[in-house]
Ligand binder design. Sequence first.
Ligand SMILES: [Zn+2]
Length: 113
Amino acid sequence: MNWIVQFLTWLRLLFAGWIDPPYKTIVVQALLPEKLKNKAIYIVEEDGFEEQAAMLCPRCRDHILHMNLLPDERPCWTIICHDDGTASLHPSVWRKKDCGVHFWFRRGRVFWT
Ligand SMILES: [Zn+2]
C-alpha cells in the first residue's frame, strides 16, 4: 500500500498549484464580518475609499492581519485588483509580534519569504 501513498503525494505536489485555488477578493463596506473566511482577502471601503485590507493569518489562522490602505497613515500598503478577481499587496506583510508571519501576497497567493 505504500506505493499508493507515495503516488498520491507525488500527484498532489504535481497539481498543487492547479488544485489549490487563489484567495478570493471580497469588498465590504465599512465593517469586516465577525468571522473571516479562510483564503479570502477583504477590502474594507468607506465613503468610496479603500481603507484597509484584512485576512486571516495564512500561517497560524489565529489572528487577523490588517493592512492600512490609506496613504496618509503609516505603515501603508497598496492593493491591486486583477482582472481574474485576485489581488496583490505591496509591500510584503510582516507581523513582528504573534507568529512573526512574513510573506508576499501576489495574485491571490501567499509566497513565504
Ligand atoms: Zn499568525
